[in-house]
Design a protein around this ligand. Structure first.
Ligand code: SAH
Length: 257
């Protein structure tokens, strides 16, 4: 038996990163575990191709999590995972991208630990990696960006409490998850804290999927371009000089395949 066929034990929760959308961007381990699941608890960002790998007799439970529309509160999700594992099921908790990057994976695991439930975490291709690869924007590049920062643009109470001074540093790439709604504020704050307003910036929607769409501009004009295009979440913002590399590296949307 090879590593891919190895059976997984029951009564355990697998916190699995489903990647940015396409099923063949899953890790081999994620595909193995999904294929043996008895119950799958999933979010709205999990791609159709990944969902198709779930065995037809497995229980599928949607727990939502679109911006501003939480189908199940986090505490109920945590309790559900515990309940399913306690009944001896192989439970897959499937999350878009990577479970430990803006995925609240840590909170769910703390609950499992509290209840003595065994678990494993399986990483996934996070949206930043998927968007970078498929938009032709390397997140680091020699002499252009030596640092890369991931931040969330989703502000619970409407306040923008990011460390703008740290985000506005030169030679740095800033990747913002959940930032489309707050894009005008994000751009204005970065400029107010020292980034030139002609700093290149891009918004990438549906990264890695056939429906991928990328809008490129500057901090000054990206908010207007994004709203004129009606670009909706899920989309990622990439800000920094690396965005210029897309002109040459855009293989996915730009070159014949
Ligand atoms: N854990 C996930 C992120 C969840 S937060 C990960 O590691 O990717 C949800 C946000 O991720 C979305 O609002 C969007 O900003 C980003 N995102 C997820 N999938 C995406 C995709 N295919 N294309 C662009 N952005 C995506």
């Amino acid at each position: 038996m090879n590593a891919i066929q190895r059976p997984i034990p029951a009564g355990k929760v697998y916190l699995v990163g489903a990647g940015p959308g396409e099923a063949d961007l899953l890790t081999v381990r994620a595909a193995r575990v999904i294929g043996q699941a008895d119950a799958v608890v999933y979010d709205h960002l999990v791609g159709d191709g990944v969902m198709a790998l779930i065995p037809s007799d497995a229980e599928k439970i949607y727990v939502g999590k679109e911006a501003g529309n939480h189908t199940l509160p986090q505490e109920s999700i945590n309790a559900l995972l515990v309940r399913l594992a306690e009944t001896g099921k192989r439970v897959v908790r499937l999350k878009g991208g990577d479970p430990f990057i803006f995925g609240r994976g840590g909170e769910e695991i703390l609950e499992l630990i509290g209840s003595g439930i065994p678990f494993e975490v399986i990483p996934g291709v996070t949206a930043a990696s998927g968007a970078a690869a498929f938009s032709g924007i390397p997140l680091t590049h020699r002499e252009v960006a030596r640092t890369c920062v991931f931040a969330t643009g989703h502000f619970h109470d409407g306040s923008c409490d990011l460390d703008w001074t740290a985000l506005a540093r030169p030679n740095q790439t800033v990747v913002i998850y959940m930032g489309i709604g707050a894009l005008p504020v994000i751009s204005a704050q970065l400029v107010a804290h020292g980034l030139p307003d002609n700093t290149p910036a891009a918004a990438v929607r549906h990264a890695t999927l056939p429906t991928q769409r990328t809008i490129v501009g500057t901090l000054a004009d990206l908010p207007g371009k994004v709203s004129a295009a009606g670009l909706k979440p899920p989309a990622l913002l990439i800000i920094g000089e690396v965005v210029n590399l897309r002109e040459q590296l855009n293989w996915f949307e730009g070159f014949p395949r």
